[in-house]
Ligand binder design. Structure first.
Ligand SMILES: Nc1ncnc2c1ncn2[C@@H]1O[C@H](COP(=O)(O)OP(=O)(O)OP(=O)(O)O)[C@@H](O)[C@H]1O
Ligand SMILES: [Mg+2]
Length: 267
């Protein structure tokens, strides 16, 4: 608990960061166990607060020797989950019938196992895309699978943002027409580079694209599939359609078919 008391000395984060809600004043209170483990193991030097709580994961802001980090913890998973869609899981190897059953039944063990699978898969995707030159947050653990396995249900990656707050999602930020065109072109480019790297995002829209220093950053990859997955083309088509639909609020009128043509390189 030494780490938690140390952070009381730190300057209070501003804006959306709510350290007080995460770090109990009473040092004896139980912190998020996955975070405590990362602090103990030295993956994190300190934790500043919660950034976002989503459907499947909570994202915290942490500090590491390498700089600020986003700490995505898969926990408290809800019962009905889009990413639990059989479409994504089709053909994904779990390798243990008991775990498979626990996941299907969504027992506590099953939810943890599911969280580990998602985190492990998100790491694998982040490493591949980072190396392929797709703008994703740099993963801070791995690529050795045993290091990733140790990290459990937590994905540690570079934080996109600065001390005053995280990068906004493209869904939340107003864009001047020039910026909107550039952002759209970058998003299509990233989709194409992902395809060439053998990956389909599977949940591609302005809700999973950050806008930072006039550039697009792709996030949220646990549901990504390989291009040889039997649903890959259907998921890519859906990604192209959601991308176009969500860019409409930025004044971009684009046809998903054109996006697909430029992904396949025959635009
Ligand atoms: N590396 C990062 N840097 C800054 N902010 C991040 C980072 N990763 C995630 N976030 C923030 O946390 C939010 C949730 O992350 P993500 O989309 O990966 O998880 P999720 O569980 O799918 O959440 P949701 O259900 O909201 O989509 C993002 O919308 C973004 O605002
Ligand atoms: Mg998301």
């Amino acid at each position: 608990m030494e780490y938690f008391s140390r952070r009381h000395d730190r300057r209070k984060p501003r804006g959306r960061l709510r350290a007080a809600e995460l770090i109990p004043d009473d040092d004896a209170a139980a912190p998020v166990p996955e975070i405590a483990w990362m602090l103990e193991r030295g993956y994190l030097d300190a934790i500043d607060g919660e950034l976002k709580s989503g459907k499947e994961a909570t994202v915290y802001l942490g500090r590491t020797r390498a700089g600020l980090a986003a700490v995505k913890v898969y926990r408290d998973l809800t019962v009905r989950s889009f990413k639990n869609d059989a479409r994504y899981r089709a053909g994904r190897y779990v390798g243990d019938a008991r775990i498979e059953k626990a996941i299907t039944k969504r027992t506590a063990t099953g939810r943890r196992a599911q969280g580990r699978l998602w985190a492990g898969h998100e790491y694998a995707m982040l490493w591949r895309l980072h190396r392929a030159g797709v703008p994703v947050p740099e993963p801070l653990i791995g690529p050795d699978p045993s290091d990733i396995g140790d990290a459990g249900e937590v994905v540690l990656m570079r934080y996109v943002g600065d001390e005053s707050g995280p990068a906004p999602r493209l869904a939340d930020v107003p864009l001047a027409p020039d910026d909107a065109h550039r952002a759209f072109a970058e998003a299509v480019d990233a989709l194409a580079t992902m395809w060439r790297a053998g990956i389909v995002h599977g949940d591609y829209s302005t809700y999973n694209l950050l806008w930072w220093r006039n550039a697009v950053v792709v996030i949220d990859l646990p549901q990504a599939v390989e291009t040889d997955h039997r649903e890959a083309r259907a998921l890519l088509a859906r990604d192209a359609a959601s991308l176009c639909a969500t860019f409409r609020t930025h004044g971009i009128e684009a046809a998903p078919e054109r996006v697909l043509r430029s992904v396949f390189g025959d635009a």
